[in-house]
Design a protein around this ligand. Sequence first.
Ligand SMILES: C[S@@+](CC[C@H](N)C(=O)[O-])C[C@H]1O[C@@H](n2cnc3c(N)ncnc32)[C@H](O)[C@@H]1O
Length: 264
Amino acid sequence: MDMRSNNHGGHGTGKVALVGAGPGDPELLTLRAARRIAEADAIVYDQLVGEAILDLAKPSARLIYAGKKAGNHALPQDEINELLVDLARRGLNVVRLKGGDPFIFGRGGEEMQRLVACGIACEVVPGVTAAAGMAACTGIPLTHRDHAQTVVFATGHLKENTVDLDWTALARPHQTVVIYMGLGALEIICRELITHGLPGSTPAAVVHAATTPRQRIVTSTLAMLSADVRAAALKTPSLIVVGTVVDLHPVLMGHPGHEAVEPA
Ligand SMILES: C[S@@+](CC[C@H](N)C(=O)[O-])C[C@H]1O[C@@H](n2cnc3c(N)ncnc32)[C@H](O)[C@@H]1O
């Protein structure tokens, strides 16, 4: 826990803003997010929130880390919920800062439920979700009239060593599938999508650290993606993208203006 000071905010119950920090590039923060961070007395932040974003905090703000570090576990969700309640009850103006958007695989809903149940004023500030940041920085549009009329965001988080997803729905044609937290289950995901009807030749990619200077992309096919990503040794945070929109990556990134959308 990094506490810059013990300075408390006002009197009475404070409030909590669940703020989306975006996918990594600090310039993708919204104006409202930047304002809430600058005004906060306490900021409870996750692993995927960049240092440059925390630099917007006032010097007296408490910075409380709630994410995972190598070899350590994250604070359990219940403890994070109670921490937010406790900070607000001390009269602090609290920001709960999360990677991407708080309501997309961010457990923002669970945190807000607890705050609402405790009668604490709560606001959500949306952020650019990782899939949108990735799309802009790789030239992979999530929808396109010639390729995909629907886009699906799914989590590939393993539960009891399996991924519990509606494979039939994910394997539909003319659709883009973006899978968050799926790297550990990449082989299972590709196999199930093929088993449920997508051709092994379907274009697919894994994008690591999208929008940051560490961004890397591996493009392949469903049949080969797992082996290609293993060879490239991509790690988390990464997104899996499946669909023919992946074929647009070399086309759109070959555009003379492409530097404008690549990470600084
Ligand atoms: C707990 S989820 C949080 C998602 C976040 N709320 C959002 O809207 O983007 C974390 C996962 O998001 C994905 N992710 C987040 N930032 C990313 C980035 N810059 N590049 C690629 N994947 C990212 C990875 O799959 C990572 O494991």
